[in-house]
Design a protein around this ligand. Structure first.
Ligand SMILES: Nc1nc2c(ncn2[C@@H]2O[C@H](COP(=O)(O)OP(=O)(O)O)[C@@H](O)[C@H]2O)c(=O)[nH]1
Ligand SMILES: [Mg+2]
Ligand SMILES: [Zn+2]
Length: 313
């Protein structure tokens, strides 16, 4: 039997997945970017993921005669952000891995922010031990009645201990704050289409001019313009992963009884629950319900909690 020369002689190299477009993965070695493929054995290994490799993964690979790479090994992930697979597929989809922080991006208007989305994202970050931050973009579109709503939102999440900033691509000071948040770290932008994830990258780093939804076609719904995740170095230090827009953020591998563990404001009240397996939605003697009734837990957060609990049952 004849083996290709590459199998016998190509030494193993290390790199990081910076882009994945279906069958090809771009692996950055630090010196060059090698377009690589994944041998079938990884795809057929019966894993729970719909994508065996995620942007952010560190891999070992060999180089073929034609210069393309063959991924041989995926290094264990330090952390990752999963969400429930969509389009009726089973299992989970790994959005991105090996992060210092994940930022959920929302906009004041066009499309309007959804607390439910933010809270699902935050629960996932708590459960998977990834530092979370929140970016509310397009403050320039705020109408009079939005200002107080956004201020309340900022106060709510700050009180819970999360980093939250408001930005606009037309407000230089807010962009400086954003750069400060991203500097020297590896971060990811996660959110629905149209909130301005790619625009923010283009604006804070003059190196980039990625495609964004053009103004005339950007509806309240948001249009998919970024179709695959990509990891880019920032010229002011750090790395950032831009991800395609996601409509829903389904929770993965969280049991109903443990959901409240991922709501920081419920950690003290839940100690007063009469039942140890309390789910805090109907049980008598529930410390969380009591805290909610006393105004110690925000309505939007408790609503999010109940919505998530329902989806997990
Ligand atoms: N008014 C306003 N428009 C913005 C802002 N950021 C982005 N946009 C617009 O929103 C649309 C969607 O932006 P895009 O970056 O493609 O969103 P993405 O899907 O989250 O990557 C584009 O038309 C942008 O010009 C902002 O801060 N203010
Ligand atoms: Mg985009
Ligand atoms: Zn309870």
């Amino acid at each position: 039997m004849q083996y290709p020369a590459s199998c016998l002689f190509s030494p193993m190299q290390k790199g990081r997945i910076i882009q994945s477009t279906g069958s090809w993965y771009h692996v950055d070695t630090g010196d060059e970017i090698i377009e690589s493929r994944l041998p079938g054995k990884f795809r057929l290994s019966g894993k729970k993921e719909t994508n065996p490799i995620a942007v952010g993964d560190f891999v070992d690979f060999t180089v073929n005669d034609d210069g393309s790479g063959n991924i041989q090994k995926i290094h264990e992930r330090e952390n990752y952000i999963p969400r429930k697979a969509t389009h009726g597929k089973r299992g989970r989809h790994i959005l991105v891995s090996n992060l210092d922080q994940a930022c959920v991006v929302q906009s004041v208007r066009k499309p309007q922010f959804k607390e439910g989305f933010i809270d699902r994202f935050l629960v996932t970050c708590e459960a998977y031990e990834v530092r979370a931050c929140i970016i509310i973009n397009k403050t320039d579109l705020a109408k009079k009645q939005d200002t107080a709503v956004v201020e309340d939102l900022v106060a709510l999440y700050e009180d819970l201990g999360y980093s939250i900033i408001t930005t606009s691509i037309h407000n230089q000071q807010s962009l400086e704050e954003l750069k400060e948040l991203l500097k020297t770290r590896t971060s990811a932008f996660i959110g629905p289409s149209g909130v301005g994830k790619t625009s923010l990258i283009n604006t804070i780093d003059p190196e980039y001019n990625f495609r964004v939804a053009d103004v005339s076609t950007s509806s309240n719904k948001g249009k998919h313009t970024t179709t695959f995740a990509r990891l880019v170095p920032l010229s002011f230090g750090g790395y950032l992963v831009d991800t395609p827009g996601i409509r829903e953020f389904g929770l993965v591998n969280i049991e109903p009884w443990e959901l409240s563990l991922f709501f920081p404001e419920m950690s003290e009240p839940r100690e007063h629950c009469k039942f140890s397996n309390c789910t805090h939605d109907h049980e008598p003697g529930c410390g969380v319900i009591e805290a909610f009734e006393n105004g110690e837990i925000a309505l939007s957060r408790y609503k999010s909690y109940l919505g998530m609990l329902d989806s997990l049952k």
